[in-house]
Design a protein around this ligand. Sequence first.
Ligand code: IPM
Ligand code: MG
Length: 372
Amino acid sequence: MGRTYNIVSIPGDGIGPETNGAAVRVLEAVAEKYGFEPRITEYKAGGCAIDAFGVPLPGETLHAAQDSDAVLLGAVGGPRWDMIEAERRPEQAILGLRQGMHLYANLRPATLQKELGDVSPLKDPGDIDLLIVRELTGGIYFGKQGSYKSSEKLFDGTRKGVIAFDTETYSEAEITRILRRGFEFAMKRRKKLTLVDKANVLNTSRFWRKIAQDLAPEYPEVEMEYLYVDNCSMQLVSRPSTFDVIVTSNMFGDILSDLAGQITGSVGLLPSASLGNPGMPGLFEPIHGSAPDIAGQKKANPIASILSVQLMLKLHLGEKDAAESISQAVRKTLAEGARTPDIAVHGDEGSKSKIILVNTDEMTDRIIANLE
Ligand code: IPM
Ligand code: MG
């Protein structure tokens, strides 16, 4: 028996089934070419699981994910479930999978494909090729939260009423393991690491900085840069090509990765990998959400999901040739002018002439046809 992988597919809500469906098709096609076998089983999570079972992350979905080699996730959430109480919101499915699978390292590469230079909203984007290493199972996302009624008053005598709170907590061990991932990726890339924090205000950020400074001598070849998150968002717009690896907390990574997605053309292009310790299953998903406004219309860009398969093959399953085949097919398809609506909107008139507007399925068909 050749190389067989147990893959759990979780299409989710909104455009999730469309983009994840595209990713599964590409996975099956590339597997056939490169002689391995993905055994794909589908499970529910998110809003559709709330509808079917009353909970966003059914136990059988989590257990299947924990027992798999890798999980391919679409997207979850939508206005239909927005009124549900916090613990049962669709987003809890993603957070529960991240926590339940111990996926503390979230990798979000943002590369400006040459063919899409005119799609970036930046006038002169340069060669953007950066990797955000986002801590994924700690910080304010998983800290103590709650609310209580207070008898305190504001300075002008107004009663504060109810107070809601979230807490940012990070342990030395959590910070150290994600920083090491950042240093290791920097060593394999252009050897520059930017730690993004808010050390001028936050205690946790100062702790990140101290640990980074303590670890830095172990990686003498890596050039360190320290940026406050507000400044970093500005620098990502003004000098994006100077970034190599960015390592940061859960919350800051969430925000900066959407920004990185937009400057490289569209959030519809960016994949992500969530990993735990070596040997544990990983989860692969686009960074975009469920986009309920365009769900079911075949308008969604499947490239972020398809490149998530590429990351799964390259970083996790060791199928490097198959991964390269997908990257190459995506580049070729874009070079041929195929554009879903999200990447056909910017650009000057000259370049628009060779644009072929396609839907989700057509983009996927073209990419499959271009696999080598
Ligand atoms: C992301 C998403 C999630 C996050 C949501 C859906 C919980 O925005 O993966 O970036 O905030 O991490
Ligand atoms: Mg996000």
